[in-house]
Design a protein around this ligand. Structure first.
Ligand code: AHM
Ligand code: MG
Length: 340
């Protein structure tokens, strides 16, 4: 019988792949694992206590904030502040980043970005939600507080990224740039155990994932591509929790789309908290992640913490096909000087 490998054991084993590693990243990943277990405990008992529902506040980008969002946000911030392994945090739920004083962070060289509870509109109806995170090496001088520039880094600079899904089982998937591995929480021992070793996304799959309710609000090329997916009899799956939709695609193949709409001309999803970490994971598994305007997600230059992006992400052959549709059917934009 194969021996169970826990997340902690795996992270420590992997540290040996980086001969000059100081252990900080290892510690940070372990702390995120601990925070995930705490959030998982609360998500699982959400129906039993009075933390379901809307808190009454709105976050920076105008979304209604659910109570569990606040709980998850607070827990992640607490765990990371106490870890002493990172010098700053930026969360989708906070307007600005949170520097961790150097006394507590011991001049740590990493910053962490996260969406504490993605898909939060699903909480009240017992559908999967998840946490998404990314880790960057700071760029500013390590003697002072971290700065905005430490968070406004391209996805190509990610040192590690991952997500946790609180679903039928709780699973943590992460990558440090050497492949992708998944760990399922065994509640009987309270440990994440290696369950999905070296995940590779299929070249293509049977699923497409898009909010088809917005069909008429998409550009013509996107509508043509969606029609094509439907003509191929692909199965439409849309949970409304990006992290869960992408998890299915990572394991079984397919494409996830969130194009620009009239309401969200720049896309809805956040580049720093959602698109970059998930783009990093999917690329590490052999997939692709581009905007609906065909730029590679990880190469976008973030200008602000809550910047949004359009996204097409998933199996490489399917993202390439989507790209071909956009190139073929997009209507050239008309400028003052004529057609661009
Ligand atoms: P959230 O982070 O506030 O929960 O919002 C992000 C979510 C994604 O998980 C999901 O794919 C998308 O919003 C759903 O949006 P829509 O309802 O417009 O399809
Ligand atoms: Mg989200």
């Amino acid at each position: 019988m194969n021996r169970t490998v826990t997340l902690d054991e795996f992270i420590i084993q992997r540290q040996k792949d980086f001969p000059y590693a100081s252990g900080e990243l290892t510690g940070l990943l372990r702390d995120i694992g601990v925070a995930a277990k705490i959030v998982n405990r609360e998500v699982n008992k959400a129906g039993l206590v009075n933390i379901l529902g809307v808190s009454g506040a709105e976050n920076k980008t105008g979304d209604t904030v659910q109570k569990l969002d606040i709980f998850a946000n607070d827990k992640l911030i607490d765990c990371l502040k106490n870890s002493g392994e990172c010098c700053g945090i930026a969360s989708e739920e906070n307007e600005t980043f949170i520097p961790i004083p150097s006394i507590e962070s011991k001049n740590a060289k990493y910053v962490v970005v996260f969406d504490p509870l993605d898909g939060s509109s699903n909480i009240d109806v017992n559908v999967s939600v998840g946490t998404i995170f990314g880790i960057y090496r700071r760029k500013s001088d390590s003697k002072g507080e971290c700065q905005l520039e430490d968070f406004l880094q391209k996805g190509t600079e990610l040192v590690a990224a991952g997500y946790v899904i609180y679903g039928t089982s709780t699973i943590l998937v992460y990558s440090t740039g050497r492949g992708v591995n998944g760990f399922t929480l065994d509640p009987s021992i309270g440990e994440f155990c290696l369950s999905h070793r070296d995940i590779k996304i299929p070249d293509r799959g049977n699923y497409y994932s898009v909010n088809q309710g917005y069909y008429l609000k998409f550009d013509i090329e996107m509508r043509r591509y969606i029609d094509y997916c439907s003509d191929l009899n692909l199965r439409l799956r849309y949970i409304g929790s990006m992290v869960s939709d992408i998890h299915r695609i990572l394991l079984q193949g397919g494409i996830f789309l969130y194009p620009n709409t009239r309401k969200y001309p720049l896309g809805k999803l956040r580049l720093i908290y959602e698109c970059n970490p998930l783009g990093f994971i999917v690329e590490q598994a052999g997939g692709k992640a581009i905007t609906c305007q065909l730029e590679r997600i990880l190469e976008l230059e973030p200008k602000e913490l809550h910047q949004r992006a359009t996204i097409a992400i998933g199996s490489p052959a399917m993202v390439d096909e989507m790209k071909a549709f956009v190139e073929r059917y997009s209507v050239p934009s008309v400028t003052n000087n004529g057609v661009s």
